[in-house]
Design a protein. Structure first.
Length: 229
């Protein structure tokens, strides 16, 4: 997947759509107990909620990574009537806030961005040509996924689905959500399941899930980009 031989199955754990007070704090406690690294792809409106920014800062202090998951999670970049305005509203608007949290910039660190795929559907609504251009020009790494157990719908059975996905994939990028659905009550069971499978949980991402890496296009995004993108 990333060009190197993989002797042991790997998993990269990511959380989307938070931080959520009352949920993300419990997630952090579980991760600490299991000594598990993760990346939190945060939404700007969630950071603005009482306690949201403090939770994101805590995640960083405890060794986790922070990524940009749009300002509002309400508009898909490839479905916007005004693509340039969407880039400004959904990416640029909270860029400096995410950089401040993650310790990144255009010249330092790795800026992580995950697009809004509206229920995980990877189609031409995900990006616009303007968004791809912006992400490349501003040296972002775009992080997609290959394991989406739909925990927001299957709040208990998502664990079995995720473990089954992991069992057949050399390197899984798992997406779950630190939202108030009750699904994260099953996070300890998922981590115990991974431990039983003897997988290695890592903070890095396989190249196969990184169509843009530090501004460089690694894979075609034509199937995910509106118009002629």
């Amino acid at each position: 997947m990333s060009g190197e031989a993989i002797d042991r199955r790997r998993v990269t754990l990511t959380f989307d759509n938070g931080p959520t007070p009352g949920v993300t704090d419990k997630v952090l406690e579980v991760l600490a107990a299991h000594r598990t690294p993760a990346t939190f792809f945060v939404v700007g409106t969630q950071l603005q909620q009482p306690g949201g920014l403090a939770l994101a800062r805590r995640a960083v202090a405890e060794g986790h990574r922070i990524g940009h998951h749009t300002a509002t999670h309400a508009l898909q970049l490839g479905a916007a009537e005004d693509p340039e305005a969407a880039v400004a509203a959904e990416i640029t608007a909270i860029e400096h806030d995410i950089d401040a949290l993650a310790g990144t910039s255009e010249t330092e660190g790795e800026r992580l961005f995950r697009p809004n795929a509206a229920g995980g559907v990877l189609d031409k609504r995900v990006f616009s040509p303007q968004a791809v251009r912006y992400l490349r020009q501003h040296r972002y790494t775009c992080v997609l996924w290959n394991c989406l157990p739909r925990d927001w719908e299957n709040t208990t059975s998502w664990v079995d689905r995720a473990l089954a996905d992991v069992a057949r994939t050399d390197w899984s990028v798992v997406v779950v959500h630190d939202m108030d659905t009750g699904a994260m009550d099953r996070l300890p069971a998922f981590l115990d399941g991974l431990a039983a499978m003897d997988v290695e949980i890592v903070p890095e991402f396989p190249d196969s899930c990184l169509p843009i890496k530090e501004g460089r296009l690694q894979h075609s995004l034509a199937h995910l980009t509106s118009g002629d993108g």
